[in-house]
Design a protein around this ligand. Structure first.
Ligand code: PGA
Length: 250
């Protein structure tokens, strides 16, 4: 069990390592799903949540958690990639979670990356979240530049699902998932900051020393667009689960 501290309204659980972060996060998700089997989850991609997804898969196989009535909305998708592209976030979710648990895939939503009408597609995504009564439990990572989803520095608090440009830093950070930097899309569709803040409960995961400055800024820095994760300071049910390395500047 990690050590707990409270910074403003945010509970911070500081774990020994990445594995403990994954276990703590999975335990929270499993408890939430068991107490509300029809829960609407907000899900994230990237390297950080993979360990938690592995835990969820294992617990589902053991019969400790049932996803049959769960719905999910993912935070973002690369612009220009459709769901069959191996680097798309739809593909990632299928590979790292959905293909291995008893979720109904028609209840899993990921923003459309390859679309005819982007604005309509973003509006439809917001509508689908509303129609399902909003997100109960939202999982987040954090970028080394303080982004949440693909809300890069400069994103307004009142933003909603839309197409955005990725910063050079995010493209650098995500190059590790591609063969080379030129292959990383330069734009994405992302839920907005306001969309994220409407989730009833938020869990942010961060591991590694390269996230320490962003984590400290999110918790203790001024609230503003310069570091989008700082807007979480205004949420009434937000928990950060971090490892010692990501907490080293707190
Ligand atoms: P990562 O990405 O989990 O791959 O570090 C997190 C993010 O950019 O939000």
């Amino acid at each position: 069990m990690g050590r707990e501290v409270v910074v403003g309204k945010i509970k911070v659980i500081i774990c020994q390592d990445k594995q403990e972060v994954s276990r703590e996060a999975a335990a929270i998700f499993i408890q939430a799903i068991n107490s509300n089997p029809e829960i609407v989850l907000g899900l994230a991609t990237g390297g950080t949540p993979v360990g938690m997804y592995k835990e969820l898969i294992e617990m589902n196989k053991k019969g400790k958690v049932n996803f049959s009535k769960v719905k999910s909305f993912n935070l973002d998708e690369y612009a220009g990639l459709d769901g069959s592209h191996p680097q798309s976030y739809r593909f990632f979710m299928n590979q790292n979670l959905f293909n291995h648990i008893n979720i109904d895939k028609s209840n899993t939503y990921v923003p459309e990356g390859k679309f005819c009408d982007c604005e309509q597609s973003c509006r439809n995504y917001e509508e689908a979240i509303k129609k399902n009564s909003g997100i109960d439990l939202q999982l987040l990572g954090i970028g080394s530049n303080g982004h949440i989803a693909f809300n890069e520095p400069g994103s307004p608090e009142k933003s909603r699902t839309r197409k955005v440009d990725l910063t050079a830093r995010t493209i650098d950070d995500n190059t590790r998932f591609f063969d080379n930097r030129n292959q990383v899309p330069t734009q994405a569709i992302t839920m907005g900051i306001e969309t994220i803040l409407e989730a009833k409960q938020i869990i942010l995961l961060a591991t590694g020393a390269n996230k320490a400055t962003a984590v400290t800024g999110a918790l203790k820095g001024p609230v503003g667009s310069r570091l989008p994760a700082s807007f979480l300071q205004g949420h009434s049910a937000c928990t950060f689960i971090v490892d010692k390395a990501a907490a080293c500047e707190l």
